[in-house]
Write a protein that binds this ligand. Structure first.
Ligand code: AMP
Length: 191
């Protein structure tokens, strides 16, 4: 099972990614989490990524792609994986296509969580208090939303044209949204 979970910052991707990946017995691979772990461990990768993350900008493709390639190569990702926060640019889509093709598999589905703008900003400001993330200030939140609209939203059409896309309403209780994701995946896998 090879899945992508997409959605704007604050759509609840991280929460859902873990539940869905556990259900299928595959790792949830969050590029944001990997970057954050590297930043807190002070690795070379962390040092490279931090300035982009703090400004709400995307980490350059070549850095991100190599990191994902290495992660997907690990043993636990052999039966499949769920990507959370990758791909985010058209160039990353092409890279991922190559990585999956190389393993002789196919992408099964791309789930997009949809949440309206007001709800997103509310959620992110709340998260800023709880998690103390340095990229959850109001200006940076706005920049991250902008970048999502410019660079990442176009990916939705790319995957829709491939017939892999399922859109899921991300508003509601966590369990409700999870159930919607499972129902949507069932329909795309049966189609
Ligand atoms: P996230 O936790 O997914 O919101 O990611 C936090 C930050 O990590 C983003 O704002 C980017 O700076 C960086 N990041 C995560 N995934 C990617 C990606 N696929 N491409 C570029 N930068 C990324």
């Amino acid at each position: 099972m090879r899945l992508i979970l997409m959605g704007p910052p604050g759509a609840g991707k991280g929460t859902q990614a873990k539940v869905v990946a556990d259900h299928f017995g595959i790792p949830a691979i969050s590029t944001g989490d990997i970057f954050r772990a590297n930043v807190s461990q002070g690795t070379e990768l962390g040092l490279q990524a931090k300035k982009f993350m703090d400004a709400g900008e995307y980490v350059p493709d070549e850095v991100t792609n190599l990191m994902v390639r290495n992660r997907i190569d690990e043993d636990d990702a052999r039966p499949g994986f769920l990507l959370d926060g990758y791909p985010r640019t058209v160039a990353q889509v092409a890279e991922l296509d190559g990585m999956i093709k190389f393993t002789g598999h196919e992408l099964d589905a791309v789930v997009v969580l949809t949440v309206n703008q007001d709800e997103l900003v509310q959620r992110l400001l709340q998260r800023a208090e709880v998690e103390n993330r340095t990229d959850d200030t109001e200006d940076v939140i706005r920049r991250r939303q902008e970048l999502y609209a410019e660079e990442t939203e176009p990916l939705i059409d790319v995957y829709r044209e491939r017939g892999k896309l399922v859109e899921v309403d991300g508003i509601g209780e966590i369990d409700e949204v999870t159930e919607r994701i499972f129902a949507a995946l069932k329909s795309v896998r049966e189609s």
